[in-house]
Write a protein that binds this ligand. Structure first.
Ligand code: FAD
Length: 545
């Protein structure tokens, strides 16, 4: 059906632009701004009815960022930085959405966005050297360059449980939460999934529901956010040297301006390690806990275990029922190898009399029935099911545009049959003039994505402008460069602990998805350095015509 529409559309009837952008989230908005300033005609298309991407869709109770919001912001315009003030250390979804709306208004971006429009397929026309994008609403788009700013966490994973359609109660997805909110008061609610969205929403749902049953497959590490106003020392630092901090973030490992620890765990006494840990636990800083305790925490299993044990101790201290505490305690992955979460009262919520944890490792769900959920041991009567089951991360939204046909009609599905391969996470051999923002192979989800997105967008738009000025019409990575990047990705990953966890970083949460660590683990600053070097060496690894 999609293919048929792709064939029906022609360049002649299409909206014609220099550059088409898919997505109007953090990345798509900045792309539109930069492309326009660089003199390109452009259009962005988004399924959503307004800007915001992640922050448009994820409206579940408790949704907020877990990187301090002063860092999770655009930095391209100093005047924008002072025109907007964040009210909290970790802003809520409505505030971040307001911010992105503010940015769209400030730079008059909405006039070039086609909302309520899904891009269905894309094909490269060799003779014209143009992409043709088919859509489900309005004309196709003919463009020289096609940029997918479709998001790493934007393609929800469908529930894999029999009987969902038989359920007679209400069903919600955290990633598609109704805009008018949901009244859960007095209802028996089930939350399935204990990733970040589950961990953020469960404490609030527990306060509203008469009974909350949480179905957990894999326990996750969560740290207290201790949210509130921005800490005074950070506010003072920003006031003093905003530009310096921004530059520090750009060259850091994670996109946040805090230096990683340089002392090793084995060079510290147990007391010193505990002191460092307690201070970090009290400060509510996820990136700090991931990078600042000791230098070997992210690269050495023993160094990591020292930290993981301290967090496990906290879980046991907080959760009163020992069996529940044990079920909530992660043992199957090093801390940080799977995305840890930032919470507000998550573990303490399991002390409430109206909250029950069901450990799916001991009693798997067998089916959803008209009235509730059945495990292989019990039945639960439920009024509302909330799926917090996450995303087909990093490649899901890219592959949902189907087919993407590159040179010689080859499809991206075929190219990626054994897992995604890219050059820099930005481009794919055989797919000229196609760019992925935060694609697999970029630091993306292992970084402050605001910083990564700005770097990608600047890199791509600068290259497009240079190509145009030099008279080139196509750009494509070589197979050799792509293979080299895959090798480098694998080398970087070998020295991290990511290899010890099956997570959505590796595609393990989606049945049948090829297993590979998708984000680049070499760090934001080193990645930026590589991109700059590629440019300074005459676009090493790219073929331009
Ligand atoms: P998105 O914001 O995902 O936008 C992509 C857009 O593309 C969507 O609007 C989608 O509708 C549209 N789209 C996709 N496919 C198509 C198609 N075929 N046709 C038309 N439109 C399409 N990152 C951090 O760095 N720090 C955080 O604290 C943080 N917190 C997060 C919390 C949650 C709950 C989630 C889900 C993610 C979080 N992230 C965080 C990651 C977040 O996704 C990124 O920070 C950022 O918002 C991504 O922006 P984006 O523009 O790349 O993609």
């Amino acid at each position: 059906m999609v293919e048929a529409r792709a064939q029906e559309a022609t360049h002649g009837e299409a909206q014609t632009v220099d550059v088409a952008v898919v997505g109007a989230g953090f990345a798509g908005l900045y792309l539109l701004h930069r492309l326009r300033k660089a003199g390109f005609s452009t259009v962005a298309l988004d399924t959503a009815n307004d800007v915001g991407g992640t922050w448009y869709w994820n409206r579940y109770p408790g949704a907020r960022c877990d990187i301090q919001t002063v860092d999770y912001s655009y930095t391209f315009d100093p005047e924008l930085e002072t025109a907007w003030q964040w009210s909290e250390k970790y802003a809520t979804q409505p505030e971040i959405l307001r911010y992105l709306g503010f940015v769209a208004d400030r730079y008059d971006l909405r006039r070039d966005i086609r909302f309520g429009t899904r891009v269905l397929g894309a094909s490269w026309d060799e003779a014209r050297e143009r992409w043709l994008l088919t859509t489900d609403n309005g004309p196709a788009v003919s463009c020289r360059h096609y940029i997918m700013a479709t998001g790493c966490l934007s393609q929800p994973k469908p529930p894999e449980i029999d009987g969902v359609h038989d359920f007679r109660g209400e069903i919600y997805f955290t990633s598609r939460w109704p805009h008018d909110g949901v009244d859960l008061r007095g209802k028996r609610v089930a939350v399935i999934g204990t990733g970040s969205s589950g961990i953020q929403s469960i404490p609030i749902i527990a306060e509203q529901a008469s009974q909350l049953t949480v179905f957990q497959r894999t326990p996750n590490f969560a740290l207290p956010a201790h949210n509130g106003p921005l800490p005074a020392d950070r506010a003072a630092q920003l006031a003093q040297d905003r530009n310096g901090l921004r530059e520090q973030a750009r060259w850091s490992l994670t996109g946040v301006p805090i230096p990683p620890a340089t002392e090793f765990s084995w060079a510290m006494s147990e007391t010193e390690r505990r002191e460092r840990f307690e201070k970090m636990w009290a400060s509510g800083d996820l990136v700090g806990m991931l990078t600042q305790l000791w230098a070997d925490q992210g690269v050495d299993a023993d160094g990591n275990a020292l930290l993981a044990d301290l967090i496990r101790e906290k879980i046991r201290e907080i959760v009163k029922d020992p069996e529940t505490a044990e079920a909530l305690t992660p043992h199957d992955h090093p801390f940080g190898a799977k995305r840890p979460c930032l919470d507000t009262n998550y573990y303490a919520t399991f002390n409430r009399p109206n909250v029950t944890l069901v450990n799916l490792r001991n009693e798997p769900i067998t089916s959803i029935t008209a009235n509730g959920i059945k495990t292989d041991k019990r039945s639960f009567d439920i009024d509302v099911i909330v799926f917090a089951t996450g995303f087909d991360a990093m490649t899901g939204a890219i592959r949902a545009v189907h087919p993407i046909k590159g040179r010689g009609g080859k499809s991206l599905d075929d190219s990626w049959a054994n897992g995604p391969e890219t050059y820099l996470g930005l481009t794919v051999a055989g797919f000229p003039n196609l760019f992925l923002i935060t694609g697999p192979g970029s630091p993306s989800v292992l970084s402050n994505m605001a910083v990564s997105i700005e770097q990608h967008v600047d890199f791509v738009v600068d290259r497009l402008a240079e190509m145009r000025n030099a008279g080139f019409t196509t750009i494509e990575p070589t197979e050799t460069a792509q293979a080299g990047w895959s090798r480098h990705m694998a080398d970087c990953a070998t020295v991290t602990l990511h290899r010890l966890a099956n997570t959505w970083y590796t595609g393990a949460n989606v049945p049948g998805k090829p297993q590979a660590l998708m984000p680049y683990t070499g760090g934001v600053g080193p990645y930026r350095g590589i991109c700059n070097e590629i440019v300074s060496r005459g676009m090493l690894g790219f073929r331009l015509t």
